[in-house]
Design a protein around this ligand. Structure first.
Ligand code: PEP
Ligand code: MN
Length: 452
């Protein structure tokens, strides 16, 4: 996609004042205000990570997903880490998302909008400000852009220089993602062969006939003279939680074509369940930018909150601007979601409904791991489809925490990961992710839901 040139001048200072002074939750307390100021000034002088034209293209694809002409797939780590920005780890995540997207594209018969929770997912909200181990209390880990995971006073002290490192890591990650997705790695024929490898595993035999259908479709395309060379490039977008206000503010740039402001740390930005107060700082920050934005909605969300969020984030009802990412929990979604969907329908302004089946379904295993059950995750996805089908509204996409590696962080799936096996490869810094196989298994199951 062609990059639209944006000016690289300082973003006008005025826009920042909209969020400054509002209640700002989940922010680090930096010991050195001058150092924070200096990092902000440095970031403001640097080039954007994404470009206005790309952000606008994503907004129109999100609009298509809102009315069923596309389906959104968002996936990646709960928390990216600086230590894990190797080419292999990035490649495996991109590969996993491309494999899922191929299956979903076939099932939905629409384009799949591919968005990585990647290249910037470095800041985390936490349920407690401090963590205590063996009588020692330190600040909680808030993501690599804030502090270090190691449990020492030095590591846990928020350091603004980490924002600069986050910017650079995001830039190199995005560079590699662009190289993979523009350089032939996304070739549909390759991606389909990887999926055939997956369904050849006896554990996933039940998806074999589906993969054969896709085989036949590929042969048909070939026979009909489809230009597979043209299918070697795909659009791949980045997204993360816009949590760290100083970082996001410093990444706002003005588009020289239109004078409008864009958050240039990622194509799409979302606010989390803990920071989505309609009058609070995070929503105010996103009010000022043109990007497609998301809001996470937990089970206690009221219809009044949703309409207030729409008033703030999408007053004109622009298609593709606002996604509502519901994370209700499998046991609550069928009861709670219809009320919100009805309210949005009465309002009339469009939203893109996306399910996050991860964050309402976190449990602690008997042996002490923070985990999620594959079956419970799939039950929430099923509930999401059921509610939208019953109300005649559009299930627009899924948002998942996943990795391309063979970690053992979520229970169940075709490999039957049990509590004992969680110890084998539990690598996440915050929340448990689906591994490569569990992610593909999810894609095939969602494909079945899309087909009915
Ligand atoms: C997350 O997406 O990692 C997260 C913290 O989500 P939520 O805000 O929905 O809890
Ligand atoms: Mn998470």
């Amino acid at each position: 996609m062609l990059a639209t040139v944006m000016n690289d001048l300082d973003a006008p200072r005025g826009h920042g004042s909209a969020w400054r002074g509002r209640p700002a939750f989940q922010q680090p307390v930096y010991p050195d205000a001058a150092a924070l100021e200096a990092v902000g000034a440095d970031l403001r002088s640097r080039p954007p990570l994404v470009f206005a034209g790309e952000v606008d293209a994503l907004r129109s694809q999100m609009a298509a997903a809102a009315d069923g002409r596309a389906f959104v797939l968002m996936g990646g780590d709960c928390a990216e880490s600086f230590a894990d920005t190797s080419a292999t780890s990035i490649r495996l995540k991109v590969q996993t998302i491309l494999q899922m997207a191929a299956v979903l594209t076939y099932a939905a018969s629409t384009p799949v909008v591919k968005i990585g929770r990647m290249a910037g997912q470095y800041a985390k909200p936490r349920s407690a400000d401090t963590e205590t181990r063996e009588g020692v209390t330190l600040p909680s880990y808030r993501g690599d852009s804030v502090n270090d995971h190691a449990f020492t006073p030095e590591a846990r002290t928020p350091d603004p220089a980490r924002m600069l490192e986050a910017y650079l890591r995001a830039g190199t990650t995005l560079n590699l993602v662009r190289a993979f997705t523009m350089g032939g790695y996304a070739d549909l024929r390759e991606v389909h062969l990887w999926n055939r490898g997956f369904t050849a595993n006896p554990a996933y035999k039940r998806f074999e006939s589906f993969a054969e259908e896709i085989d036949r479709a590929m042969r048909f395309m070939e026979a009909a003279g489809v230009d597979f060379e043209a299918l070697r490039q795909v659009d791949f977008y980045s997204a993360h939680e816009a949590l760290l206000l100083e970082y996001e503010d410093a990444m706002i740039r003005q588009d020289s074509r239109t004078g409008r402001l864009y958050g240039t740390s990622a194509h799409m930005l979302w606010v989390g369940e803990r920071t989505r107060g309609p009058h609070d700082a995070h929503v105010a920050l996103l009010e000022g930018v043109r990007n497609p934005v998301g809001v996470k909605l937990g089970p206690t969300t009221t219809p009044e909150e949703v309409s207030s969020l729409m008033d703030h984030l999408n007053p004109e009802g622009e298609p593709g601007r606002l996604s509502l990412i519901t994370r209700m929990g499998a046991d609550r979604i069928r009861e709670v979601l219809p009320v919100l969907v009805e309210a949005v329908r009465r309002d009339g302004r469009p939203v893109t409904w996306i399910t996050d089946p991860m964050h309402g379904n976190t449990i602690t295993s008997d042996n002490g791991y923070k985990t999620r059950r594959f079956d419970t995750i799939m039950d929430e996805v099923r509930g999401f489809f059921e509610v939208h089908r019953a109300l005649g509204t559009v299930p627009g996409g899924i948002h998942v925490e996943l990795t391309g590696d063979d970690v053992t962080e979520c229970l169940g799936g075709g490999e039957h990961i049990d509590e004992q096996r969680l110890a084998e490869r539990y690598e996440t810094l915050v929340d448990p992710r689906l591994n490569h196989q569990q992610s593909l298994e999810m894609a095939f199951e969602v494909a079945e839901m899309l087909q009915v």
